[in-house]
Design a protein. Structure first.
Length: 116
């Protein structure tokens, strides 16, 4: 089982990024997918969630209206489109796969830095 994130980097405030998480080793379409972020000294935050077929999504209040989660089950990939980025969005972003409330598979994360 593997989850590999990509797409992170340095972006100016107000800019956009698209993160990708490529899954392998399990039946991707059977799993709910979440994006989390974490900065040193802070608790990990659930940023966005998407159910198996992409109909149901949820967002943290801090990103609602700016971030969009989506998935392509044919490509075993979940995306996080991030817009209107702010310095406080700086973090390591990770994806996770789970069934019900248990998220057993995690990626290593990709760094996003929002700075001028």
């Amino acid at each position: 089982v593997q989850l590999v994130e990509s797409g992170g980097g340095l972006v100016q405030p107000g800019g956009s990024l698209r993160l990708s998480c490529l899954a392998s080793g399990f039946t991707f379409s059977n799993y709910n997918m979440n994006w989390y972020r974490q900065t040193p000294g802070k608790e990990r935050e659930l940023v966005a969630a998407i159910a198996t077929f992409g109909i149901i999504t949820n967002y943290a209040n801090s990103v609602k209206g700016r971030f969009t989660i989506s998935r392509d089950n044919a490509k075993n990939t979940v995306y996080l489109h991030m817009g209107s980025l702010r310095p406080e969005d700086t973090a390591v972003y990770s994806c996770a796969a789970g069934v019900g409330g248990s998220y057993d598979y995690w990626g290593q994360g990709t760094q996003v830095t929002v700075s001028s």
